[in-house]
Design a protein around this ligand. Structure first.
Ligand SMILES: [Zn+2]
Ligand SMILES: [Zn+2]
Length: 133
């Protein structure tokens, strides 16, 4: 028998594993704070920094603070409903956030919420003009 390389791990499980690892480690590509720190999310005021007070790295879902792992997993108010559904509580414990499946589910919701929040911010001008009671 010829030696065959092991089959590559792929599909949703592998993606989930990467997301959970990166989210916990603070290297998550869904995090504005991380992207700003590595220079991939510049703002007109600041191209790149690791300052958690810098607005360019604040959470796009809630706009209240930097979206660090703790913020996304434990605090972000925009993910309150998702946390309740996924963890069964809006204040998950540290043992809750060790569950890989739960963290992966929250990461998916966080990406979706951030994408929607971003769009609605950009669409605000037009919506305000066309609004009629
Ligand atoms: Zn900055
Ligand atoms: Zn947030």
């Amino acid at each position: 028998m010829e030696g065959r390389p092991p089959p590559p791990v792929r599909g949703p499980n592998r993606l989930d594993a990467v997301e959970t690892h990166q989210l916990r480690a603070g290297h998550w590509s869904g995090s504005a704070q991380y992207l700003h720190r590595i220079g991939r999310h510049p703002s007109p005021e600041c191209a790149q920094c690791s300052d958690r007070g810098c607005r360019a790295g604040w959470c796009r879902a809630c706009g209240e603070e930097a979206d660090t792992p703790d913020h996304v997993l434990l605090r972000c108010p925009a993910l309150m409903n998702a946390r309740l559904r996924i963890f069964g509580t809006i204040f998950p414990s540290l043992s809750d956030v060790r569950r890989d499946d739960a963290v992966a589910a929250l990461a998916r919701v966080a990406r979706a919420v951030k994408a929607t929040a971003h769009q609605s911010l950009e669409g605000q001008h037009n919506n305000n003009n066309s609004y009629s009671p």
